[in-house]
Design a protein around this ligand. Structure first.
Ligand SMILES: NC(=O)c1ccc[n+]([C@@H]2O[C@H](COP(=O)([O-])OP(=O)(O)OC[C@H]3O[C@@H](n4cnc5c(N)ncnc54)[C@H](O)[C@@H]3O)[C@@H](O)[C@H]2O)c1
Length: 340
């Protein structure tokens, strides 16, 4: 089946979410037309710049998705809408498979039906699990239901893409942290950096899960990337799809720089100007000692590389946390106690 490019608007599902709001801004900055579809289960309309059409709907609402594709002459979809809590996916695997895979199947069905020619899919480092290599062709052994929903989504897209000629790019983000502006901050995640910043704000202690891992300082190592860099990678991907340079491609999107938990605590102390004491807890089952992207493919094929540093990431996350605390203090002066 041959698809016809009919328009230049891009539909961003989950565009009112943390990463989506950064992507929307970057696309607009690149003079691309954008429409957002989000059920606002975790998204916030206030994250969107004025003038962006926001369709409040579930991706599984095929009638609304079809109408949106037609009405806005959509030539491509950036599919970010998903459930993303790794721990939550163990509690509710069925909900995660429905939330992440049923949505994708419904979206693909409508896209194929409407001959929408391009798709960019948000995947994750969680598809690799614990491995020796984090290059795109490395074995995938996801250690959580969340990671498995994303890997199954990748397979589904490749199968539908091959059968229907849908041009697609799968982007595997690593640990996304920081914010392009305080109002774009991640409010739904329970990842390490927000926990360290909360511990600082509350004058508490951080917990380091194991210091006996086979890493340089014994704590786990991860690869952090700023959402504005993720957004720039989307612009590069969209341009390459529109230029016909991509057809069925998978890219890691990250800095390719390992940061240990102890390194991150030091970065938090630099950003906040406050010491952050820590205690050593039990290692967590299934936690890979080290997960650092090989970002060579996206650099070589799309000319993209991350520009923001670890201090940019932590400093922007702290600015967002501090702004949130100021607002909370103004609203509830007697309830919000912090040491800052
Ligand atoms: N944040 C990370 O570190 C990270 C890392 C790797 C991959 N990802 C992936 O990136 C994508 C975006 O993540 P995020 O951090 O911005 O999450 P987020 O929760 O902030 O954003 C997801 C958005 O999708 C919306 N949504 C969820 N289910 C929907 C549905 N069925 N229909 C319509 N809207 C729906 C939510 O309201 C929210 O606005 C996800 O696919 C996630 O799996 C995130």
């Amino acid at each position: 089946m041959i698809f016809v490019v009919r328009g230049v608007a891009w539909l961003v599902t989950g565009g009112a979410g943390y990463i989506g709001a950064h992507v929307v801004r970057a696309l607009m900055g690149a003079d691309l037309r954008v429409v957002v579809l989000d059920d606002l289960s975790a998204g916030r309309p206030a994250r969107l710049p004025p003038g962006v059409p926001l369709i409040r709907a579930d991706v599984r609402d095929r009638v609304t998705v079809r109408d949106t594709l037609v009405r806005y002459h959509v030539s491509g979809v950036i599919h970010l809408a998903a459930l993303k809590n790794v721990a939550g996916s163990f509690d509710d695997p069925l909900g995660y498979h429905r939330g992440n895979l049923d949505t994708l199947a419904d979206l693909l069905e409508v896209m194929v039906d409407q001959r929408t020619p391009h798709l960019v899919f948000s995947s994750t480092a969680a598809v690799y699990g614990t491995g020796d290599s984090y290059a795109e062709d490395a074995p995938t052994r996801p250690g959580s239901p969340y990671g498995r929903t994303k890997l199954a989504g990748e397979w589904l897209i490749r199968d539908v893409g091959a059968a229907a000629g849908l041009r697609h790019a799968i982007l595997r983000f690593f640990n996304v942290a920081g914010a392009g502006a305080p109002e774009l901050a991640d409010t739904g995640g329970d990842n390490l950096l927000p926990r360290l910043l909360r511990a600082t704000a509350e004058g508490g202690k951080a917990t380091v899960h194991g210091t006996g891992h086979p890493t340089p300082d014994g704590s786990c190592v991860r690869d952090y990337v700023h959402p504005a860099d993720i957004a720039d990678a989307h612009v590069a991907t969209v341009r390459a799809l529109l230029d016909g340079d991509l057809a069925a491609d998978t890219f890691n999107v990250s800095r390719g720089v390992g940061v240990s938990v102890l390194d991150l605590i030091s970065a938090v102390e630099r950003a906040t100007g406050h010491p952050l004491p820590y205690e050593v807890g039990e290692p967590r089952a299934g936690d890979p000692p080290s997960a650092v992207a090989d970002p060579a493919r996206i650099r070589d094929r799309l000319g993209w590389r991350a520009r923001r540093t670890l201090d940019d990431i932590v400093g922007s996350a702290w600015a967002a946390t501090a702004a949130g605390l100021r607002i909370a203090r103004q609203r509830r002066p007697h309830d919000v106690a912090t040491t800052l």
